[in-house]
Design a protein around this ligand. Structure first.
Ligand code: SAH
Ligand code: SF4
Length: 413
């Protein structure tokens, strides 16, 4: 399998500490964070500039936007106006920004664009789940999915953070694709904005008013904590009250367990956390989630125990993919309950979603139910996730096919 375990023990992983002075625990995690961030930089996206030299304004922080205005001889407050048009109104054409005078609109259009990904494909499932294949300026593509609530007019957009993934979890389709590169801030925000375009949900609904695209789950392709800087910046833009204004309570980030970045994520972003646990022994987790070799279950759960903001009102979600005969026994359910003791937790049981050539079978329905009952009897909410969008390969862990097929067709880069 290409890329399998590429990260599990190498560059972003743990290195032996050989220097004379013993390093403290805190020093070690600071060093690991540095290594993870340095590794991310190696997979940086191309610059956000068009071939004609115009710069994409999407993805800039407020401060950066103000600096761009100053650089072209304008007052920094112009950034506030632009922010409103770009993120609150969803406008992409400077000529449609009436609070900006015509000559200034022309000046902006000469130097800047308000970008969106190109939509290469859009499919809507029988169950109304919608999937897009988005293409970036360098031809790379990722998938984004909107999963509408079954009862109410709301739903979650599942966003990708990398093209491919280094981590090679054995049950995940994305994991069979090598990491090509990280997505940039504009590309992460752009997925949500393009999804909103598709449903015409502009301007951004005010606080308290219902939204169709009401939640974000950072659970698409890639490991968000291996692309932390861009992901964090994108989520900050999405949460900004004068723009899209989506509350951090409506955002959940899923990690396979990049322990050194988890505290920072909680402190800086305060978003909900989902942890892809999938196994209750290190032996099995080492095999199916190879990152476990770097950060074993005890360390992962310790990071969950100290995750800032976790409480009974804001539980950590533990994701558990149900693989027939591999991790779905009743004994494992009981062990899961023991491990989670003391953590404000809920458990999402995800019946394995097969993909072409996948090596596992989905657990039997009765077995999933037995597992769920044990977890529930111990006091944890344990919903069984019904797969959504399976017919268009949009369900958890199925993303990749389209993007890779499209790339193969396009030939080598
Ligand atoms: N890299 C991050 C986020 C993306 S994966 C992570 O691993 O958490 C989103 C979720 O889908 C994870 O819990 C992942 O384990 C799960 N998943 C992956 N492949 C799956 C499959 N084939 N069937 C069901 N769930 C799967
Ligand atoms: Fe990467 Fe998450 Fe898939 Fe594992 S489950 S290979 S971390 S995307």
């Amino acid at each position: 399998m290409p890329g399998r375990g590429a990260d599990a023990g190498t560059a972003a992983g743990r290195h032996p500490v050989s220097e004379a002075a013993p390093a403290s625990e805190a020093d070690l995690s600071a060093q690991e964070r540095e290594r993870i961030l340095a590794k991310a930089a190696l997979f940086a996206p191309p610059p956000a500039t068009l071939p004609d030299g115009r710069r994409d304004l999407v993805g800039l922080s407020r401060e950066e936007l103000a600096a761009e205005m100053v650089a072209i001889g304008e007052k920094p407050f112009r950034a506030n106006q632009l922010w409103h048009w770009i993120y609150h109104q969803g406008v992409t054409d400077f000529a449609a920004m009436p609070t900006i005078a015509k000559p200034m609109q022309a000046k902006l259009a000469e130097r800047f664009v308000v970008g969106r990904p190109e939509v290469t494909a859009e499919q809507t499932s029988e169950d109304t789940t919608r999937k897009w294949l988005f293409r970036w300026r360098d031809g790379q593509q990722v998938e984004t999915v909107y999963i509408p609530d079954r009862q109410e007019d709301r739903g979650a957009v599942c966003i990708s953070t990398q093209v491919g993934c280094t981590l090679s979890c054995t049950f995940c389709h994305t994991g069979t694709q090598k990491l090509v590169r990280n997505l940039g801030t504009a590309e992460i925000v752009g997925q949500f904005m393009a999804a909103r375009d598709s449903y015409g949900e502009w301007p951004s609904p005010k606080d308290g008013t219902p939204r169709l695209l009401s939640n974000i789950v950072v659970m698409g392709m890639g490991e968000p904590l291996y692309n932390y800087e861009a992901t964090a910046k994108a989520l900050k833009i999405i949460m900004d009250h004068e723009g899209i204004g989506l509350s951090r309570r409506r955002i959940t980030l899923s990690t396979s367990g990049v322990v050194p970045m988890m505290d920072r994520c909680g402190q800086e972003l305060g978003v909900g956390l989902a942890v892809s646990l999938h196994a209750v022994t290190n032996e099995l987790r080492n095999e199916i989630v190879p990152l476990n070799r770097n950060y074993p279950i005890e360390e992962l759960l310790a990071a969950c125990r100290r995750y800032p903001g976790a409480s009974n009102a804001r539980r950590i979600t533990f994701e558990y993919v149900m693989l027939r005969g591999v991790n779905d026994s009743e004994a494992e359910a009981r062990e899961l309950v023991r491990l989670l003791k003391g953590i404000p937790a809920k458990v999402n049981l995800i019946p394995f979603n097969p993909w072409p050539g996948s090596p596992y079978l989905t657990s039997r329905t009765e077995q999933v139910q037995r597992f769920a009952d044990i977890v529930m009897d111990a006091g944890y909410s344990s919903p069984i996730r019904r797969p959504r969008g399976r017919d268009i390969l949009a369900a958890c862990g199925q993303l990749k096919t389209e993007s890779e097929r499209a790339r193969k067709k396009a030939g080598p880069a």
